[in-house]
Design a protein around this ligand. Structure first.
Ligand SMILES: C[S@@+](CC[C@H](N)C(=O)[O-])C[C@H]1O[C@@H](n2cnc3c(N)ncnc32)[C@H](O)[C@@H]1O
Length: 289
């Protein structure tokens, strides 16, 4: 009990300390010889120092308004969860393939969306890296997709396809993206094992791949390997929740060490890897935020 209270009480100071420390560590990335690593450094710099121009600020305000609306919704929807559940759920491969049926309130479902801080990292990454073809695994109610879609909109080019297994949740994501007039985004409904190959085929070469769906070691590795042949020469892959479970950590460690990865940035909750032909020196950065 005391341990739990202490852990909760220390959460914020630890977070603030980490983010202060990261501000100092940033020069490693910002002064890097690779343009892409430098862009990640610039992204983190602008997020940590809360730098946004007026167009970016306006976009984020609109999305956060939509998030508040969804968080306050008591509407109940049916859910088919093809994911791993909770870190201690230990679902079998069969259960995940078939999907687990449940009912949930929209407000509760929305809590799985990336926080404003992490969603802004995605937004700024897209602003800096200017990808053309983007894929997201795990739309949920469309919050992170909206951040990515808005960044592409402000860039003036590029498209995002976001994949969601649960049809009623996908409908809410469609409403979110429609309400924000993000015509450069589309939602594809179905379990990843059925939809991923289709979308990779129609989106290749893929410049930006965000994996925020199935939080299971084997699924993450399988989706990463499936995506690899369709990625552009210098694509960016972002993996969410790499510290969510021992299995997710293991998946991240394997991805970091993959010979096709030329640089990796471990942000604690999220990992970013830069893809290359494997000939460049591998750089690993660790900066928990
Ligand atoms: C953490 S939420 C995504 C949050 C969203 N990216 C955001 O930040 O706004 C994960 C979503 O992935 C979906 N999902 C998980 N595993 C899946 C699978 N194997 N196939 C299809 N959808 C899946 C879940 O239904 C859930 O809505």
């Amino acid at each position: 009990m005391i341990k739990r209270i202490l852990k909760k009480g220390l959460k914020l100071p630890i977070l603030l300390f980490r983010r202060q420390k990261a501000k100092i560590q940033l020069s490693e990335l910002k002064l890097h010889e690779s343009v892409k690593v430098k862009a990640v450094g610039d992204t983190l710099y602008e997020v940590l120092f809360k730098i946004k121009d007026s167009e970016e600020q306006e976009a984020c305000t609109l999305i956060e308004r939509r998030r508040s609306f969804l968080l306050n919704s008591h509407k109940e929807v049916s859910v088919i969860d093809y994911g791993a559940g909770k870190p201690n759920s230990h679902r079998t491969k069969e259960e995940m393939k078939k999907g687990v049926l449940a009912k949930a309130l929209v407000g509760d479902i929305c809590k799985a969306s990336k926080s404003e801080f992490w969603a802004t990292i995605l937004f700024k990454l897209i602003r800096k890296l200017q990808p053309l073809s983007c894929i997201e695994l795990g739309s949920c109610v469309g919050i992170s997709a909206a951040y990515q879609g808005f960044a592409l909109n402000i860039n003036g080019r590029g498209n995002l396809t976001t994949l969601e297994g649960s049809p009623e949740i996908a409908n809410i994501a469609k409403e979110t993206l429609g309400a924000l007039n993000l015509n450069n985004t589309s939602v594809l409904v179905g379990p990843f094992h059925e939809t991923l190959k289709i979308v990779l085929e129609s989106s290749k070469p893929v410049d930006f791949f965000f994996n925020d769906g199935h939080h299971d070691h084997d699924a993450v590795i399988e989706n990463f390997n499936t995506a690899m042949p369709y990625l552009s020469d210098e694509a960016i892959v972002v993996i969410d929740d790499i510290s969510w479970s021992p299995g997710m950590r293991k998946a991240w460690n394997e991805i970091e060490d993959d010979k096709r990865v030329v640089a990796s940035i471990d942000l604690g909750a999220v990992g970013i890897v830069l893809i290359g032909d494997g000939s460049a020196r591998k750089d690993k950065f660790r900066m928990p935020l």
